[in-house]
Design a protein around this ligand. Structure first.
Ligand code: PHE
Length: 348
């Protein structure tokens, strides 16, 4: 018949067995012998029903207590044995420290990021500061403040993605993905007084289907200089200094008259082709490659941001990063920049 004395005896034996277990397997045998389904403590519990009620309670409690203690002792011993096992292996197994390690694959900058860094680096060298603006813009910064009222025909050249107003915030203005980095000009000028010399790299978006020369998302680097007495000559000189550093001393630039609502006069700027040295080839056709748009900041824009066009003047330019990367490396299709084919990406 089960009794507390019998349980105490079992406990003593079990404790001894746990202590003398010399490895994890022996310890597990002890666990099965005492705590398993057919183990000795379990057997005691099974016979409780035969005891008178008052004793049944006492012995039952004692059995549960013994089980708990034993479980505790086993897990303590288990931890000690595992530790000993690791220490033993460290002490006896040789580690060949001359084996080459496993290499960690490390990435590199995407070509587009490299080119952005190079462009901004050159302008930082000329004393410009880097500015940034949001990719999700309001119509005011992207168009209106840049001298493009809602019915302006130039807007149709830059159709973009509009965002449902209710889903963002209750602004009175249309919310859109910026079509160029030029809204950063407005944001910066509204924040500070002249002189301003900034460069603003970032993403721009247009409603274009991807093809060899169009991507719906691409990168631009905007430039803006506003100060007293800035002339078109300063613009040309700055762009010349930039192209020589970026593309090499032998490169020339050419300015063609153009129209932008926010600059007057405006120009598109070409660089002489590096492949044929301006003679004309398969890549460039005419010997010249277009790299950016530029012009003198329109007086309407200066007035809009609270500057006095009688006191200050400025120039602005915006260049397409993918285009420049493509020209520098002879990439035949803009889509390669976003396909993430490692055979392409790793070449740069
Ligand atoms: N924002 C113009 C574009 O994306 C480029 C530009 C910038 C032109 C600044 C003039 C001055 O086409």
């Amino acid at each position: 018949m089960a009794s507390k004395a019998e349980l105490d005896g079992i406990y003593e034996q079990a404790k001894g067995a746990v202590e003398s277990a010399s490895d994890l397997r022996a310890l597990d045998q002890v666990r099965v012998e005492f705590l398993g389904k057919k183990g000795r403590i379990t057997s005691v519990l099974k016979t409780l029903g035969q005891l008178p009620a008052d004793e049944r309670k006492l012995v039952g409690q004692a059995a549960n207590e013994v089980r708990r203690h034993l479980e505790g002792a086993i897990s303590v011993k288990q931890a000690a044995l595992s530790r000993a096992d690791v220490e033993e292996r460290l002490a006896t197994e040789a580690v060949d420290i001359t084996l080459p390690g496993r290499r960690v694959a490390h990435g590199s900058r995407h070509l587009i990021s490299q080119v952005i860094k190079e462009i901004t680096g050159i302008f930082i060298g000329l004393g410009y500061k880097v500015a940034e603006g949001p990719e999700v813009e309001i119509d005011y910064f992207n168009f209106k403040a840049l001298n493009q009222p809602p019915d302006h025909p130039a807007r149709s050249l830059q159709d973009t993605f509009y965002i449902k107003k209710e889903s963002v915030h209750p602004a009175d203005d249309d919310i859109l993905l910026r079509t160029h980095t030029s809204p950063v000009q407005i944001r910066v000028m509204k924040e500070q007084e002249p002189p301003v010399y900034i460069i603003a790299p970032g993403k721009a978006f247009r409603r274009d289907v991807p093809d060899p020369s169009h991507l719906p998302m691409f990168h631009q680097v905007e430039g803006l200089a506003v100060d007293e007495g800035i002339t078109f000559g300063d613009l040309k000189g700055t762009l010349e200094a930039f192209t020589k550093q970026m593309f090499g001393k032998k490169r020339k630039i050419r300015l063609r008259p153009h129209f932008f609502p926010f600059t007057e006069p405006s120009a598109e700027v070409d660089v002489s082709c590096a492949v044929c040295d301006g003679r004309g080839c398969r890549l460039c056709g005419s010997g010249w490659l277009e790299i950016l748009g530029a012009g003198m900041v329109d007086p309407n824009v200066l007035t809009e941001v609270g500057y006095d066009p009688e006191k200050v003047s400025g120039f602005a330019f915006g260049m397409g990063v993918e285009r420049i990367a493509l020209l520098m490396h002879g990439v035949p299709d803009l889509r390669m920049f976003i396909e993430n084919d490692m055979r392409f990406v790793k070449q740069f």
